[in-house]
Design a protein around this ligand. Sequence first.
Ligand SMILES: C[S@@+](CC[C@H](N)C(=O)[O-])C[C@H]1O[C@@H](n2cnc3c(N)ncnc32)[C@H](O)[C@@H]1O
Length: 191
Amino acid sequence: MVDTMGMDPARIERLRSPDRLEYFHPDRIWEVLKPASHCTLVDIGAGVGFLTLPFAERFPQAKAYGCDILEGMVSLLHKDAVERDLKNVEVLLMAPNAIALPDDSADFIVMGQLHHELDAPEPLMVECKRLLKPAGVVAIIDWADADNGKSPPVGRRVPVAVMQGQLEDAGFSNIETHDVYDYHTFMTGKA
Ligand SMILES: C[S@@+](CC[C@H](N)C(=O)[O-])C[C@H]1O[C@@H](n2cnc3c(N)ncnc32)[C@H](O)[C@@H]1O
């Protein structure tokens, strides 16, 4: 049976592990995206908030939506945001390819270590295009397609060309990869 609460303690511990900061520090993302202080960011597949919470802390005047398909994840993220008194965080339980926000809501969308979990990424890319303001930016950061000791095995990782094709098909332009992380592909596209 699918665990819709997503409360696997080992997984949650892995997502919260400070070790991740050594090779997947969120600050590297903001250095590339250069968000304006009052921007809106949507974090899809936010989990327990590895990207949402540091973004909200670093940009207190911005708005951060943390979205996930698992109730357990969004409730842990909400609890943590309240405990840290982050009033600029809103959590949304989403359907697999649909987020309950209007068109043109976001300046940035981030997806951290989500892409390889998607059965059908294409409809989610189209949803990203809908949610982004004109010239808004989607950032996909997922395990590199390489035998590097951390990425999942072949078949569970997404080649750069595949990711790029999905963004192009959804109507994104200016697609770039950023050589920032040792173990992750970091790709951006403009809406
Ligand atoms: C590996 S975790 C990464 C979480 C977070 N981005 C991080 O880096 O810590 C992937 C997350 O994506 C969520 N997820 C899986 N499929 C999804 C989908 N189709 N739409 C949104 N979230 C999804 C999972 O519930 C999980 O919380």
